[in-house]
Ligand binder design. Structure first.
Ligand code: NAD
Length: 472
């Protein structure tokens, strides 16, 4: 077991300031695999000071210099692909195949997409007698969760650096090892000292100190809506730019005329991916009442293919959840849904057979819940799908829009035009039409309590820019 005792500040690894540590567990074995420093407010001060000192130089760097540095960083991610996937499997429990394809593959694709955005972005434009400049916004606090731990780091750090900002990263305490690997890759890319800094630690200590720090200009947060609210309040007090990527309870709407079997099968793959720990997961499947029983039968048969198992085994599709706490939360949600009258279509409470050790839950499909049931309204963040019947399109729309969230969604229809027309009426940030593919250039973010601001593509870069007009 490794005991790491340093933080990456000012271009090098510095001895940790305090004695406290965070124990990183492997969620499949429940065994400790490493310890990292539980950082202090003093380390946040040092990291912000390093980022501030580096800010003028990095802001003055040319587009070509930033492109060259970020290309080295992207190439470093690609060169470490196997180590990235193995690290995420070890500390998060993501099955090996998905860890390679998505946990390692997506950050490389996102970094490449940002290189394209940076290559073409117009940092100034003429507006009448003015020239309007997009300037680097300053020092960025990046605070990230554990579920896609490297993707969410890259989706903040790379555009911030591309914009000419400097960064202090506070990763999730559940997944600090991938953040340390990222810092090593940044170090290998040869960025100027202080342009990127990492402080591992607890949210209420390091995260709160960073979000409220007077030396921070932009707070970019991804995580739960509850913590997002606190971060938004603290950023508001400091008049900082803030972007909040929060929770979701996204609807997948199957309109009459759609390929029902495909819609249900893809929906299950979507909900059970990453063991259900996906903010954009389509956790509510809406089907016409005439097709409800048929959809449930397809879901029951499909769910049988998602037996949980050892995430290191390449054949495994569903691994454990990240922590004992998360497992208990999800099992309680399933129990609560059954108490609320849910019909169990697949899965259920309790440990999957033969998996008493490890933070496993059974991939679960629930039906017959009223629209106001907690399992229909609240983000569960585990492999749990709720199927709801609707009577007509207006009813489907009311159900789809009937939660506090608006992060993602799906529409399935016989033709793309009617699917798109329905999707345009959904109160949500992105909708996949008939299984449309992830696009790393498309803006990503939430409506309502799913957040403010956007990541990815041009919109993601602009979160880290400030506007200035010169009149002539
Ligand atoms: P979380 O809100 O508990 O933690 C997220 C980060 O915030 C962690 O680094 C944590 O240490 C830090 N934090 C906690 N308390 C803090 C405080 N008081 N001040 C500052 N920072 C603090 O979320 P999580 O459990 O790590 O992640 C799961 C949540 O993230 C889910 O709700 C999920 O939907 C959401 N999520 C959203 C997106 C998106 O893009 N919209 C993507 C992934 C995950």
């Amino acid at each position: 077991m490794e005991h790491y005792a340093d933080q990456y500040i000012g271009g090098g690894w510095r001895p940790a300031a305090g004695p406290d540590t965070i124990v990183v567990l492997n969620p499949a074995t429940e065994q400790p695999i490493a310890t990292v420093p539980a950082g202090t407010a003093a380390e946040v001060d040092a990291a912000v000071a390093a980022a501030r000192a580096a800010a003028p130089g990095w802001a003055a760097s040319s587009r070509e210099e930033r492109l060259a540095a970020l290309t080295r960083l992207r190439d470093g991610l690609a060169a470490h692909r196997a180590e990235i996937a193995a690290t995420v499997t070890a500390e998060l429990g993501t099955p090996a195949g998905f860890a390679d394809a998505v946990q390692a593959g997506t950050p490389i694709a996102v970094a490449s997409a940002y290189l394209d955005v940076l290559a073409d972005y117009a940092f100034h434009e003429k507006v009448g007698n003015s020239t309007v400049y997009a300037e680097p916004a300053g020092v960025v606090a990046a605070i990230t969760p554990w579920n896609y731990p490297l993707h969410l780091i890259v989706a903040k750090v790379v555009p911030a650096l591309a914009a000419g900002c400097t960064v202090v990263l506070k990763p999730s305490e559940e997944t600090p090892l991938i953040a340390r690997l990222f810092a090593r890759i940044v170090d290998g890319a040869g960025l100027p000292p202080g342009v990127f800094n990492l402080v591992t630690g607890l949210g209420p200590v390091v995260g709160a100190a960073l979000a409220a720090h007077p030396g921070v200009d932009v707070v970019s947060f991804t995580g739960s809506t509850a913590v997002g609210r606190a971060i938004g309040e603290s950023a508001g007090r400091g008049i900082k730019k803030v972007s909040l990527e929060l929770g979701g309870k996204s609807a997948s709407v199957v309109l009459p005329g759609a390929d029902l079997a495909r819609a249900v099968n893809v929906n299950l793959a979507n909900v059970f991916a990453n063991s259900g720990q996906t903010c954009t997961a389509w956790t509510r499947l809406l089907v016409h009442r005439d097709q409800y029983e048929e959809a449930l039968a397809i879901a029951a048969a499909s769910a049988a293919k998602y037996a949980p198992g050892d995430p290191a085994d390449p054949a495994t599709r569903v691994g454990p959840l990240v922590s004992a706490r998360q497992r208990e939360r999800v099992r309680e949600c399933i129990d609560g849904a059954l108490a609320d009258g849910a019909r169990l279509v697949a899965g259920g409470p309790g440990a999957p057979e033969g998996l008493e050790r490890g933070y496993y839950v059974r991939p679960t499909v629930l039906a017959d819940l009223p629209p106001d049931a907690r399992a229909v309204q609240e983000e569960i963040f585990g492999p749990v799908l709720v199927v709801l019947p609707y009577d007509d399109e207006e009813h489907a729309l009311a159900l789809a829009n009937g939660t506090e969230y608006g992060l993602a969604g799906a529409v399935w229809a016989g033709d793309e035009e009617s699917a798109a027309a329905f999707a345009r009426r959904m109160e949500t940030g992105q909708v996949d039409i008939n299984g449309g593919r992830f696009n790393p250039l498309a803006p990503f973010g939430g409506w309502k309590n799913s957040g403010v601001g956007r990541e990815l593509g041009r919109h993601g870069l602009e979160e880290f820019l400030q506007t200035k007009s010169l009149q002539f």
